[in-house]
Design a binder for this molecule. Structure first.
Ligand SMILES: Nc1nc2c(c(=O)[nH]1)N[C@H]1C(S)=C(S)[C@@H](COP(=O)(O)OP(=O)(O)OC[C@H]3O[C@@H](n4cnc5c(N)ncnc54)[C@H](O)[C@@H]3O)O[C@H]1N2
Ligand code: MOO
Length: 422
């Protein structure tokens, strides 16, 4: 399980910047240790546990990139057209043969280059005159063919440990002939919602109750990150019950993730519960929405294992935003991958905005093309941290750095698509 020290998060009562929080996490958090070999298709989203060197060259042999005629460049006239007799035909998958030069060989895309040939004319660019081909001038040596190993030579590093497998990296591994790759085991995450007012979808809704959306948000996001999830349901606003459940969940999990109950009210018991059974090390981040985010370490009964703890605030939009900016990078490190900041794109703000300096704010926006064709961001009309439709009706978040106090329409702002955050 995660070997976190409580000092790792130690911080006074001030707001902690997201970068400082993540630096602390990245500095002291060892990735999960176990590895397994998985079939290539099952590797999507998993983290490579070892470097992969190319066992074969890619492409494995010198071949034509087009359907056409293979020639020896030295046979081409220095100026004007060249006439060569056509001799031989090499379809893909056939043996290449060799020429002594002075001929053009009919060849097809992916077919091996005949020994002695080094250049290919596309069939659209030539004229046939009986058994003779007329080649235009101007093609450069080596045109339209692919040398062995031009993509990756045998023995070169193809993928490095820590790389998250994707359809692109799966394509590369398959092209190298691999059937399996070695990946780190999945991060085991226990998920709770908290709150006396929260009930699971599928149960009747009583007065003053609402359906649990956060446990679904968290799990849907965790699934995309390849976590092994245990859904532990909803905990009441009761310190002893929360403490007991957290302690029990610490065995067999790397991370315990909760929502709700981390704010300052006397009905917010998560913080105290963590302190009762483990250590709570920082809990206020300079981020909006989502300032109350608790982190800590919870030992399992017996003390041999421990789990990291992250308590997200209860408001559904805060859950989404803090997951993206805190849980996601944390899980990335725990899973053995390199944390990467999602790349924000510049867009034009189509809204005015005021904020307090000192916190990083994320504004929910929809994108549209302005009259001049430039992409612009339109702020959702409702910005309450509980308004879930403000997420479903927008495309992403505009990130306003800590020092910013106002945004005027027309200014360039940093846009983070939801696609990058989940
Ligand atoms: N006096 C203060 N009050 C609040 C502060 C503050 O600093 N001082 N912070 C506000 C902010 S910001 C947020 S965010 C919330 C976070 O508080 P908690 O983490 O303690 O969250 P709860 O009070 O439990 O719930 C907040 C809100 O979210 C709803 N909720 C909770 N869980 C779920 C769930 N699983 N699915 C759907 N909705 C959920 C809950 O009913 C509340 O409406 O505190 C502010 N208050
Ligand atoms: O975390 Mo609260 O949602 O900032 O509004």
């Amino acid at each position: 399980m995660a070997q976190l020290s409580s000092d790792q998060f130690a911080f006074g009562g001030q707001l902690l910047s997201i970068e400082d929080a993540l630096d602390r996490v990245a500095a002291g958090l060892p990735p999960v240790a176990g590895t397994e070999s998985v079939p290539l298709l099952d590797a999507d989203g998993r983290v490579l546990a070892a470097d992969i060197a190319a066992p074969v060259s890619l492409p494995p042999f010198f071949n034509s990139a087009v359907d056409g005629y293979a020639v020896r460049f030295a046979d081409l006239a220095a100026s004007g057209e060249t006439r060569l007799p056509v001799s031989g035909r090499v379809p893909a998958g056939a043996a290449a043969g060799a020429t002594a030069g002075g001929v053009a060989v009919r060849i097809f895309t992916g077919a091996p280059m005949p020994e002695g040939c080094d250049t290919v004319f596309m069939q659209e660019d030539v004229r046939l005159d009986g058994e003779t081909i007329i080649l235009p001038q101007g093609l450069s040596a080596g045109a339209n063919c692919r040398p062995a190993g031009e993509d990756l030579p045998r023995g070169a590093q193809a993928l490095s440990s820590g790389r998250v497998m994707t359809p692109e990296t799966i394509a590369l591994a398959a092209a190298l002939g691999l059937t399996h790759v070695t990946v780190r085991r999945r991060v085991r995450v226990a998920v709770f919602s908290t709150g006396n007012e929260i009930v699971s979808p599928g149960t009747p809704l009583g007065p003053a109750q609402l359906y649990d959306s956060n446990r679904f948000t968290m799990q849907a996001l965790l699934r995309r990150l390849g976590a092994d999830i245990t859904d532990l349901g909803i905990l009441p606003d009761d310190r002893a019950a929360i403490a007991a459940a957290l302690s029990a969940a610490a065995g067999g999990h790397d991370l315990i993730l909760t929502s709700g109950g981390v704010s300052t009210g006397e009905e917010d018991h998560v913080k105290a519960a963590v302190e009762a059974v483990g250590s709570l090390t920082f809990w206020r981040l300079a981020i909006k929405p989502g300032r109350p985010v608790a982190m800590g370490v919870i030992p399992a009964p017996g003390g041999a294992e421990q789990a990291a703890f992250i308590g997200l605030p209860g408001n559904p939009v805060a859950v989404f935003v803090t997951f993206a900016h805190v849980v996601r990078p944390f899980l990335t490190v725990l899973a053995g991958a390199k944390p990467e900041r999602p790349m924000a794109l510049p867009v034009r703000a189509a809204f005015p905005y005021k904020k307090k300096a000192g916190r990083r704010e994320y504004v929910r926006v929809a994108l549209r093309r302005g009259a001049d064709g430039v992409m612009e961001a339109v702020k959702h009309p409702r910005d309450g941290a509980g308004v879930i439709t403000s997420l479903t009706e927008t495309d992403g978040l505009v990130e306003l750095p800590e020092p910013v106090e106002r945004v005027a329409p027309g200014e360039t702002v940093a846009f983070l698509s939801y696609a990058l955050l989940r």
